[in-house]
Design a binder for this molecule. Sequence first.
Ligand SMILES: *Cc1c(COP(=O)(O)O)cnc(C)c1O
Length: 468
Amino acid sequence: MIEYISTRGGVAPQSFTDVLLSGTAEDGGLFIPDEWPEINLDFLQRMAGMPYAHVAMEVLKPFIGNAIPQGDLFRILEQTYSIENFDHAAVAPLVQVGPNAWILELFHGPTLSFKDYALQLLGRLFDYELQKQGKRVTIVGATSGDTGSAAIHACKDCKNIDIFILHPEGRTSDIQRKQMTTVEADNVHNIAVQGTFDDCQAIVKTLFSDRGLREELHLSAINSINWARIMAQTVYYASTVLTLGGTARSVSFSVPTGNFGNVYAGWCARTMGLPIEDLIVSTNRNDILHRFFGSGKMQVGSVEPSISPSMDIQVSSNFERYLCDLCERDHGAVVKLMDSFTKNKAFSLSGELTHKAQKTFRSYRCDDAQTLETIKMAYDYTGMLIDPHTAVALYGAMDRIEDRPDTPTVVMACAHASKFPEAVEQATGKKPVVPAQLDNVLSKPEFFTPLANDADKIKDFIRQNAKQ
Ligand SMILES: *Cc1c(COP(=O)(O)O)cnc(C)c1O
């Protein structure tokens, strides 16, 4: 029976269900499985070409254990990865762009970013578990971009969830705002805060630190540190390896990276025994991770806006999970490093550990000018329009594609080009075609409540509108 422990070693082992609903561990750490399940490669090999939900079932079963009966789990997976939700029959299709180079399209979900692949499942798992326990939760979050819309689309049909998403009024892109505000459901509440994104985040923090409110409304977060999101993301690594290499040859991935969630899922897949060679951490000008993999020193800088905004991050919260494995689960060492990170905004690893990290991960930094050049290059060579995040990943993959033509390199396309039309047009002179999901959104009426930058006013609004 699988159990979950904290990276900091300070909580008793928990079941999948506890970890799903609680999000973070009480000692400030993040949940990880107490042992990595092993993938049975022979069995998995026979799954090549099977529907995505079947592959998901095989990969996820060991992480969930007895927490959800298998029949129920399979039904949830089939609903999640159905054609009503993901507009491509392969769910995560591969497109060949060179002799041994591929793009993995992770933008076929309702909000056209890869976050749908995990959040669509997370919303359903939440609803299933809450139904079983006869509970409701109130999800509150702040967003500047992709996460808020993916979370709203994941929760809009959930009977046991009310969701409140705060965005800074007038400070999000039109497309990103409309993907949130055009959802018409009585459990979805968009709040336009008269302030900045940092104000929104500060308000959410204040609400969560109010113990009374937390208990009264059963506050919950669907943030990027929920283990179930990582788990769900290992599935497309498995489906890709099955399609391209099976057990015969290993595959490498270049991943546009911010919070280290997506590329960490690749690390999990590799640790479980999938034949994955290099994991390439591709960052934009916010290059804390690139600097880390070069030097072993994690040093926070200031966040600079870029044309790939979903990676404008300096603190990659999921990194702690990798750190724990890198330190061979020496929880004391993790606590020491994370304390130093909180206090000094920095920590350094020994030469030995740095070297070990460099064996699995390569990293690149791609600034805005290089991002635009890469979008143009992709268009000139393949006729495809790629979004700026995908361009950062392609940039990071180029050396490997040239040096290692013998094994497949996969570039993760984490957003559809039409979500970032300005950059794409600037680079190529072409306007990306708008898919149906977005076309509807642009013309529909918007629903949101403008509120002052005042935690008490927002607290009142949530109290009045949550059905708790
Ligand atoms: C969230 C996001 C990323 C960063 O992913 P992490 O898991 O935070 O590293 C990259 N690209 C796009 C389009 C995103 O939405």
